[in-house]
Ligand binder design. Structure first.
Ligand code: MV4
Length: 447
């Protein structure tokens, strides 16, 4: 087992990883920017090293500084959390070259998944259902029109270097195909330095359902239930739950097996997530594979009663997994509490938290680095807390979440708590009637 893990991240996830390391008897090193000197991860880690000024580009993304911090402190592994360098092939390779275990994917795996057309071809070959579309990249406008006619409109064109909602375009009419291809190629070239574009049938009003998987260093895999992440706004998830209200036992088995085929196709080691689009007929299609621990891993932990960070560290250290699949035993929901004003287009609201009281009671978990007197720096993403509830049924979990939200007091900054309270009072949401378009039509009442 590792003796000392450096956490190359900040905020709640840095704290989350430190907690598990402590329970496993592993020493921890926090790295921090000048803006995070007073943060809880810095306080709770065994050691802390300042790696630069506030901007991420000069601290949490600065590979030489992080590697230097690991060398100075003699850390034998680096946990990258999510975001920042967690899916950076170059960083994974540099860790490898410096004989520091990167607790994440191998550089080749990250590269293979990063090019979406290549990833899709790999998955299709492995028998993972994919959205019908072009075989590889579109050659030119004529080719695009030909494929659009074959698969039928509407179609979606996607930049192969895009992902997470960047570099996509829907086309409804055949006469618009050629110009849309020109536009998206130009955008992709500017944004990613790669103008490769492929085409798919546009799936209208899909659900976003993802499967948590794990694979060890001996080629054993398991699936660990799904998460429904359809409640998103501009590709930012706000609420996640498991089981999905749309799931059936047979669909879970089919999607779980497909997710394992996806992971096995790239010899995946570690915990990962395979994202699918699910249409109204419960057809499902591969979308992306995430080779990191995700923000929403918590709800899976609640329903299968496993610490996923612990599993991640054990797998990285070469400990085998059993290979048995996990069924959800409970219902869990997570609300992301962001320092944003939901009444003004979710604009960021950084600043000092003057009063802080977090909810508690049976089945309530709060993962946060916030406290009374903490100042949220403007330099990073605006998530300050994750409120997670678990209960026997979805109905109970919804009531529990509403109760917990009503006890949550954060003064000094605007938060998304009022949005969540109204969402958990919405009849269609309560019935489980939602797709990825749900929040497009959701209007908050004044408060
Ligand atoms: C799609 C789609 C419909 N049809 N692909 C958005 C993020 C990126 N990973 C893929 N995305 C989509 N791909 C086809 N063929 C709709 C989306 C999409 C979406 C997917 C999941 C969650 C929210 C979404 C919001 C808008 C569009």
């Amino acid at each position: 087992m590792f003796k000392k893990v450096l956490i190359a991240n900040r905020g709640e996830i840095a704290l989350r990883v430190i907690r598990t390391c402590k329970e496993m008897g592993i020493k921890t090193v926090a790295v921090y920017s000048k803006a995070d000197a007073d943060s809880l991860p810095v306080r709770f880690a065994d050691e802390a090293v300042c790696i630069g000024p506030a901007p991420s580009s000069e601290s949490y993304l600065k590979m030489p500084n992080i590697i230097a911090a690991a060398e100075i402190t003699n850390a034998d592994a680096i946990h990258p959390g999510y975001g920042f360098l967690s899916e950076n092939a170059k960083f994974s390779r540099i860790c490898q070259e410096n004989k520091i275990k990167f607790i994440g994917a191998l550089p080749e795996q990250i590269e293979g998944m990063g090019d979406k057309a290549t990833a899709k071809a790999t998955m299709a070959k492995a028998g993972v259902p994919c959205v019908p579309g072009s075989e590889g990249l579109l050659k030119d406008g004529k080719h695009a029109v030909k494929v659009a006619k074959e698969i039928g409109l509407p179609v979606m064109m996607k930049a192969t270097a895009g992902g997470g909602g960047k570099g996509m375009r829907v086309v409804w009419k055949e006469e618009d195909v050629e110009k849309a291809l020109d536009d998206i190629k130009r955008e992709a070239k500017a944004a990613f330095g790669n103008d490769g574009v492929y085409m798919e049938k546009f799936i209208e009003e899909p659900r976003h359902i993802e499967i948590q998987i794990a694979g060890d260093q001996f080629g054993t895999f398991c699936h660990m239930s799904e998460r429904d992440c359809s409640i998103q706004r501009r590709h930012q998830k706000l609420v996640e739950e498991t089981p999905s209200p749309f799931m059936t036992k047979s669909l879970r088995k089919k999607m779980g097996e497909a997710a394992i085929r996806a992971a096995a196709a790239v010899n995946y080691e570690g915990v990962g997530t395979v994202e699918f689009l699910v249409d109204k007929h419960r057809n499902f299609y591969f979308m992306e594979m995430n080779t990191r621990i995700q923000v929403e891993h918590t709800i899976t932990e609640e329903v299968i009663t496993f610490d996923l960070i612990k599993e991640q560290i054990k797998i990285a250290a070469g400990i085998p997994i059993s290979g048995k699949n996990y069924e959800p035993k409970m219902h869990a929901i997570q609300c992301r509490i962001n320092a944003e004003d939901p009444l003004h287009d979710f604009r960021p609201s950084p600043g000092a938290i003057t009063v802080y009281h977090s909810p508690g009671g049976h089945g309530v978990r709060v993962d946060t680095h916030a406290y009374a007197g903490y100042t949220i720096p403007p330099n990073y993403d605006s998530m300050i807390s994750k409120l997670i509830v678990s209960a026997q049924t979805r109905e109970e979990a919804i009531k529990k979440m509403h109760r917990a939200l009503s006890e949550y007091i954060i003064d000094g900054v605007k938060t998304t708590i009022p949005f969540h309270i109204q969402l958990f009072e919405n009849e269609e949401f309560k019935k489980g009637n939602f797709t990825t378009k749900f929040l497009d039509d959701f209007k908050m009442k004044p408060i």
